[in-house]
Design a protein around this ligand. Structure first.
Ligand code: C2O
Ligand code: CU
Length: 518
């Protein structure tokens, strides 16, 4: 049964999304790659979207209730006022089986409108949670029901797609179980990484406001001017401003690692001094599902005294390979297997280029003392298996095929002007890159900037070109090009954007649309 809320939107017929598509239809965009004449696009309410959903053969319905609230949350010895789902950070994980229908009632008790985006899922377009594109914003004090079939097993997550809300505490894992799980393991643990400042040094909206001023604005500004701030959060002598971070360098990320200064880094919502502890027996074969829910931080993760076998990237299986550490950009996920030794081991997440550590613990014996806070396992500096050393599992390999269409997306902008964009254009819902159902599409991300960008496509899991792994979010290093291929098999309007929330919000987002057949 359809939810009342979605029906209301559908009945609207020409909702905002359709409006955007129609507006796109009348706009000529000579610069939009390979699409000289602007066509009409399938809207999220098109029959093709419903037909595709029916073809997923929706199974049993699973109900969830997500209350977005503003309240005090304990990070482990430190309490912050923040926005979260049901007062927890991360929100309680949602678990369904592939083929089941996830029905989630979002109750918005925030002071602002919000939405939920189900990151990584190839779901029906009208449940994708992009305000002004796939639905109207869910106003403060109202509710909205998301209802969709979860098609593919894997490790996913969800978060708002409204402003900088994702950099508060509004995020949680979404695990889609495989009814025929091929992997052998005894237990599993979901590990969610995050960079934290909300309620400590400011709010994400304040960060965006400061960054949007660009660097020039701050030059020569007298910081005594930043009145009303407690001295503990006043700008340091090395930094020019309160939130803007300069000189975070990482060779792994090709240079500048991030824009934002965070006072804390968390694993599963906990500070390093009060870590979550996973307790089990020695010899346990443990599946760890890593999710990077950060706003502006890549994490390098490792488990002290263990090697990890990488089994999945962004929910899709890879050929198993051993590694000491993994680099995880915002929005990315990896699954690994480890066979646990006897003792107490730190699971650490190094904020790449920012030098601080988040941590959790694994304890398989009751006695030993916990490693000290800040202990840096050697594995962090060992082998780091990246995209080039990973191969897709046979079952999820994209059949070789030449692209029917290539869309070139130049990543543009600079930290100085804070004008992050795609093909030099700030996000505008009327700019829609057209594709057709059935096409093999190549997105060619050409990074013209001095920074790395974790680029994310909604509604599809692309393959890194030329036989690479399946992913929905991929790091594009500065001054490099990354080609990704996918089959256009999920009609609707879909976002492509940088998963650095501050880059995205300042303009590094665009839309992909399925053209109507004529
Ligand atoms: Cu997690 Cu539009 O993204
Ligand atoms: Cu970016």
């Amino acid at each position: 049964m359809q939810s009342i809320d979605r029906r209301t939107f559908l009945r609207g017929g020409l909702g905002i999304a359709a409006g955007a598509a129609l507006a796109g239809c009348s706009t000529r965009r000579p610069t939009a790659a390979g699409t000289p004449a602007a066509p009409a696009f399938l809207s999220p309410t098109d029959g093709a979207v419903a037909a595709k959903e029916a073809a997923r053969r929706p199974g049993m319905i699973r109900d969830f209730r997500l209350i977005a609230t503003e309240q005090v949350v304990d990070l482990g010895g430190k309490s912050v006022t923040t926005w979260s789902y049901n007062g927890r950070i991360p929100g309680k994980e949602i678990r369904v089986r592939a083929g089941e229908v996830l029905r989630a009632r979002l109750v918005n008790r925030l002071p602002k409108d919000t939405t939920i985006h189900w990151h990584g899922l190839a779901l029906r377009n009208d449940a994708d949670g992009v305000p002004g594109v796939t639905q109207e914003p869910v106003q403060a004090g109202t509710e909205f029901v998301y209802e969709f079939t979860a098609p593919d097993p894997g490790t996913y997550w969800f978060h708002p797609h409204s402003g900088t809300q994702l950099d508060r505490g509004l995020y949680a894992p979404l695990i889609v179980e495989d009814p025929r799980e091929p992997l052998g393991y005894d237990e599993e643990w979901v590990v969610v990484l995050d960079d934290w400042l909300d309620g400590v040094t400011g709010t994400p909206d304040e960060v965006l406001a400061e960054l949007s001023g660009g660097m020039s604005m701050d030059m020569g500004m007298d910081h005594g001017d930043m009145s009303g701030m407690p001295s503990s959060s006043a700008p340091s002598s090395s930094g020019m401003s309160k939130h803007m971070l300069m000189g975070a360098m990482s060779p792994l990320l090709g240079g500048d690692a991030g824009d934002v200064r965070y006072p804390h880094f968390l694993i599963n919502g906990r500070l390093p001094g009060a870590p979550e502890t996973f307790r089990t027996k020695p010899g346990t074969r443990l599946r760890i599902r890593f999710v990077n829910a950060g706003g502006d931080t890549a994490f390098r993760v490792a488990l002290g005294d263990h090697r990890m076998t990488v089994t999945h990237s962004d929910g899709f299986p890879v050929e198993h390979v051993e590694t000491d550490a993994l680099l995880i950009g915002m929005g990315e996920r990896y699954d690994v297997l480890v066979t646990l030794k006897d003792g107490v081991f730190p699971l650490v997440a190094l904020a790449e280029g920012k030098k601080e550590l988040a941590r959790a613990l694994i304890r398989t014996s009751g006695t030993g003392p916990a490693p000290r806070v800040g202990a840096r396992p050697a594995e962090l500096d060992g082998l780091i298996v990246g995209y080039g050393r990973l191969r897709p599992a046979q079952a999820v390999r994209l059949a070789p095929k030449n692209p029917d269409r290539t869309i070139k997306l130049e990543l543009t902008g600079s930290m100085m002007r804070y004008d992050w964009a795609i093909n030099g254009r700030k996000y505008d819902p009327k700019t829609i890159y057209g594709i057709r159902s059935g096409e093999r599409v190549r997105l060619s991300f050409v990074n013209r900037t001095m920074m790395w960008h974790p680029m994310h496509l909604h509604g599809h899991t692309f393959a890194l070109a030329r036989g690479g792994i399946r992913k929905d979010t991929a790091i594009v290093l500065p001054n490099t090009t990354l080609d990704v291929d996918f089959d256009a098999d999920n009609p609707g309007l879909w976002m492509i954007h940088c998963h650095n929330i501050y880059h995205a919000e300042s303009g590094m987002m665009t839309l992909l649309g399925y053209q109507k057949d004529r």
